[in-house]
Design a protein around this ligand. Structure first.
Ligand code: GLA
Length: 681
């Protein structure tokens, strides 16, 4: 099975969710399948947390309930994404192997009674996961209900890093493989600093809690190692299944919400990318975070359709304030994921649990039952998705790329950086949000990949950049691309060591600048940036300024006050036949909009003229183009459109009238947004 053509063998868009019938008596199972049919559910994920009920003691299996369940689902035409339950090992495993428990950075050994408490470096755990995955694949590899395998659950969540003795030993071995010699390790970690030089491998350990800041290169390597260990566990399970079954295999990522796994590397190992996404309730515009996660899920898989493995019908239960979704939001969220490349819309979970830690989490069948608004919306969405069958397999259209590099993010967010006010996540969000508001769809990309297909590449936070990746970006500009780079980029190499020649020196060819000194601002302070061509009033910036030295670039904007007063703030440089822009400060939203429009002009990118809050994304197949229009506003909007709205079935002759909160999927040749219709609902 290659990752190119893998897709579970089900018709149309997959629809359903996590299904935990082990929490319910048999009569509920019968009601469940009847209701699944009513809602148009065609795929459920089963068994994800059921290890203790399948392997009741070491090597003793009880498949009877699972046999019955899979047959029941199959008889009702519902396909199964079969989980390996390895995110939650049974009590007997820890009783027999207390050393298989994960240990925190502070040295706390995690207890039983939750989930995710296993050390991924423990030999007993590794053996046990291969045993259960093999047993399941052996038994169900040919079961007609099973169309996909769901290994584990959200690797790295809730625990990624592990400081157990097994982990420390494995880290040392991993370092020996990476560096070959202690001399190379000492050089890479810069152990001449603070007298950290190692003279024996057995002295090298994990960066456990230290009195002051731990060696950043050691921490970065431990993050890489953690990702590697988790992935090795996945690969072991995957290969055990592959040896016995032929269905595609996935594991559910947490794009944009978990920082312990490098999704680019993981995407190479799965047959299909799948992702879980939950709105961050404190964010009144959670749809922007949703779009980031969806674009990332699509991008790591090379643009292929992906599976939204989990999201919620309404509130979650694990945030400080769990805000219920408003009417229509369930469909808006679902169809936005679909717009951005998901061909499967699944929820956590089918039926709300009566007991346990997640009893206040929403579900497709909430505690209020089928007389509820949520259930009605679930049934309605099932009907809508059935009408969208033809969109499956089409690809999202994007001509702007934004760099997303997990290793750089891991390094940037370590301690003792120039200012706590700047994080990679906040930088990505600011630039992505600008593009989102301008209706420009973004692919995420690695700095070393082929970028030549993009009109514009944005590097909002590229703190760590190898010479090789910098050469790739310089070449991209030289050959005609437009590159926009934000401050604190190209600062260190792969070992978190500062590049020679001034901050940002590796990008000097394309940007025409280097940075002599960082000039962070005090908390809450702002500074002005002149932008003569567009506005009489200076743009407003905060948090960060720099002493930028021109090396061929033109200063487009200058600091009018603050620590950088009189120095260049925003620069533009011609390199070959392309252009490199550099912004050395954190502009506010208005400033960023001003900068973006100038950059778009250079790149030949046209922002959408849709009213604010109307999200438009295009997918294209050989036969047709689909324009998904999501109206996040309360008021109706009119959008120029030709074609058929597959949601309403209405033929559009030049205009789509979309009520507040509604979504349309227009099979169309062209869509141009025009105006908000005041008062129209
Ligand atoms: C995660 C897990 C699920 C469930 C949901 C609740 O995504 O994968 O098992 O706990 O969160 O939001």
């Amino acid at each position: 099975m290659t990752s190119t053509d893998a897709w579970p063998s089900i018709r149309g868009i997959a629809y359903g969710g996590d299904y935990t019938p082990e929490q319910w008596p048999r009569e509920v199972w019968l009601e469940d399948v009847a209701l699944m049919r009513e809602a148009g559910v065609n795929l459920v994920s089963v068994g994800i947390f059921a290890w203790a009920l399948i392997e009741t003691s070491e090597g003793v299996f009880d498949f009877s309930w699972l046999d019955e369940l899979l047959d029941l689902l199959h008889d009702n035409g519902i396909s199964v994404d079969l989980g390996t339950p390895t995110a939650s090992p049974p009590a007997w495993l820890f009783a027999q192997h207390p050393d298989a428990r994960v240990v925190s950075r502070e040295g706390v050994v995690m207890g039983f009674g939750s989930r995710g408490m296993a050390s991924h470096s423990s030999p007993a755990y590794r053996d046990a996961v291969v045993r259960i995955a093999s047993a399941l694949a052996e038994r169900y590899g040919e079961h007609p209900a099973v169309v996909m395998w769901h290994v584990h659950n959200e690797y790295g969540v809730p625990v990624g890093e592990d400081y157990s003795t097994h982990s420390v030993r494995a880290f040392r071995e991993w370092l020996q493989g990476r560096y070959g010699s202690l001399d190379a390790l000492n050089a890479a970690w810069g152990t001449a600093f603070w007298g950290q030089r190692y003279g024996a491998w057995e002295h090298v350990g994990a960066p456990a809690a230290t009195p002051s800041v731990a060696n950043p290169a050691q921490r970065l390597d431990f993050a890489r190692f953690t990702d590697h260990q988790l992935r090795a566990c996945f690969v072991a399970e995957r290969d055990a299944i592959r040896a016995r079954a032929s269905q595609p295999i996935t594991t559910n990522f947490m794009a944009n919400q978990s920082w312990t796994t490098d999704m680019w590397a993981w995407a190479r190992e799965v047959d299909i990318v799948s992702d879980d996404h939950y709105l961050w309730a404190a964010d009144p515009e959670g749809e922007i975070g949703l779009a980031i996660a969806a674009d990332l899920s699509r991008s790591v898989g090379g643009g292929k359709p992906w599976i939204l493995m989990e999201h919620s019908t309404s509130a979650v239960n694990w945030q400080p304030r769990n805000i219920a979704k408003r009417p229509g939001e369930l469909a808006r969220n679902s169809l936005t994921h679909l717009a951005r490349g998901a061909d499967a819309i699944l929820f956590f979970q089918w039926r709300a649990s009566r007991y346990g830690a997640e009893k206040f989490h929403s579900a497709m069948i909430p505690h209020a039952g089928t007389g509820s608004r949520v259930w009605r919306e679930v049934v309605e969405l099932g009907g809508t998705l059935a009408q969208l069958e033809e969109i499956r397999g089409s690809r999202v259209v994007a001509d702007v790329a934004m760099l997303w590099d997990f290793e750089s993010f891991w390094a940037q967010d370590l301690e003792w950086r120039p200012s706590v006010d700047v994080t990679h996540a906040e930088q990505v969000r600011a630039f992505y949000e600008r593009l989102w508001r301008d209706g420009i769809t973004v692919d995420f990309a690695l700095p070393g990949q082929d970028l030549s297909g993009y009109r514009l590449v944005v590097a909002p936070a590229q703190y760590m950049l190898s010479e090789r990746d910098a050469a790739n970006l310089n070449r991209y500009v030289e050959q005609g691309g437009t590159l926009l780079v934000s401050f604190f980029s190209a600062i260190v190499d792969e070992n978190d060591a500062v590049h020679a020649g001034g901050f940002g020196a590796p990008l000097e060819p394309s940007l025409g600048v280097v940075v002599e000194e960082f000039l962070p601002l005090r908390e809450g302070a702002t500074c002005g940036v002149s932008w003569p061509a567009e506005s009489a009033a200076p743009l407003v910036a905060d948090a960060w300024a720099e002493d930028v030295v021109l090396r061929g670039a033109e200063a487009i904007a200058t600091y009018v006050d603050g620590p950088g007063a009189g120095r260049p703030a925003i620069t533009r440089n011609r390199h070959g036949v392309g252009v490199g822009w550099y912004v050395s400060t954190r502009l506010d939203a208005v400033g960023l909009a001003t900068l973006a429009s100038a950059v778009y002009r250079d790149a030949g990118v046209t922002p959408s003229d849709a009213p604010e809050g109307v999200e438009i994304v295009r997918r294209r197949s050989d036969a047709a183009e689909y324009t998904i229009v999501v109206n996040h506003r309360d008021e109706a909007v009119r959008v120029s459109a030709q074609g058929t709205d597959l949601v309403s079935g209405v033929e559009l002759d030049g205009e789509l009238q979309l009520p507040g909160g509604a979504v349309a999927v227009v099979r169309t040749s062209r869509v141009l947004a025009r105006e908000v219709v005041a008062g129209l609902r």
